[in-house]
Write a protein that binds this ligand. Structure first.
Ligand SMILES: *[C@@H]1O[C@H](CO)[C@@H](O)[C@H](O)[C@H]1NC(C)=O
Ligand SMILES: *[C@@H]1O[C@H](CO)[C@@H](O)[C@H](O)[C@H]1NC(C)=O
Length: 291
């Protein structure tokens, strides 16, 4: 028995030292309740801690003052599955920061100060299932291809942002979407909203608040009404959501067509006149010849 323990001793020492090293790897002011979780929530952090173990899977950084994420963040922590950055001071995401992740399933960027979600932000994050982007009051721009590669995305939160309009092509390439939050934005029900309205009407089962929970301002008097009070007829005078530029092009091409028509008829008229004179002239010649 005793020799056996003797033999085991170095082995046990090795295991415990490995465990201890892991323990030491937990960033100060963070908790590491298990091997794959690092919890630094609410620690007054002004940057992402340096000494996070590279094999972290759940990283909780909510309720801090973190203003940016290094652009190689997810290259470094490539095992991350769950990343919570809720209630920080993020104002922008460098393109590519989040696009390299293939394992990330849950990402919370809610309650930050983001202004724009550009088309290159998420790239091909095919594992992402839940994306929270709500409560970013200055978020007014979502790039047309912002969510294009997110084929597994089931839940998308964009509530209580500063959005007045959203290109419907942002939502169309999301085959797995089950839940979409858009309430609390200052939506404008002008002609730019027409296509989104049609999409929302067809997909209203995905809206937890339904159409009645989303309000928009009417273009004429700015009155806010729930979408449930509107119908596709409300956008009828938009003629397929023509923009001002479209109208200008239509008017301009109308003018060009009229000018071309006037020129053509003038040309025709002069040709006819010419022929008439010619034939009159030759008639006269004939008459003269007859004399
Ligand atoms: C956001 O984080 C700050 C700083 O830690 C905290 O004081 C505040 O209570 C948090 N807000 C919410 C809604 O959790
Ligand atoms: C959030 O962004 C706005 C405008 O971009 C800025 O005025 C404001 O100071 C920012 N707030 C914080 C807490 O960073």
């Amino acid at each position: 028995m005793l020799p056996c323990i003797n033999w085991l001793q170095p082995f046990l020492a090795l295991i415990s030292s490995t465990l201890l090293t892991r323990g030491n790897n937990c960033p100060s002011s963070c908790l590491c309740p298990d091997h794959h979780t690092v919890n630094c929530a609410g620690q007054g952090l002004t940057k992402v801690p340096d000494s996070i173990p590279l094999d972290v899977r759940r990283l909780l950084l909510s309720n801090n003052w973190i203003p940016w994420i290094p652009s190689d963040f997810l290259v470094l922590y490539s095992d991350l599955v769950y990343l919570d950055l809720r209630n920080n001071s993020l104002s922008q995401l460098e393109p590519g920061t989040l696009s390299t992740s293939s394992r990330l399933v849950f990402l919370d960027l809610g309650s930050n100060n983001l202004t724009e979600i550009s088309s290159e932000t998420f790239g091909e994050s095919r594992s992402l299932i839940k994306l929270r982007l709500g409560n970013n009051p200055y978020l007014t721009m979502v790039g047309r291809d912002a969510f294009t590669g997110l084929t597994s995305l089931r839940e998308l939160e964009l509530e209580w942002n500063g959005l007045t309009v959203l290109d419907v092509r942002v939502l169309e390439p999301l085959p797995s979407l089950r839940m979409l939050r858009l309430e609390g934005n200052p939506w404008l029900c002008n002609c730019h909203f027409a296509k989104l309205f049609v999409w929302l009407k067809e997909n209203q089962h995905k809206l937890p608040t339904g159409m009645e929970g989303i309000e928009c301002s009417l273009p004429l008097d700015g009155r806010r009404v729930p979408l449930s009070l509107l119908s596709e007829d409300s956008f009828r005078e938009c003629h397929g959501a023509l923009t001002l530029t479209d109208y200008l092009i239509v008017i301009f091409s109308g003018i060009s067509v009229s000018v071309a028509a006037i020129m053509a008829s003038f040309f025709l008229a002069s040709t006819v006149h010419c022929f008439q004179r010619l034939s009159k002239g030759s008639k006269g010649d004939e008459e003269e010849g007859n004399d």
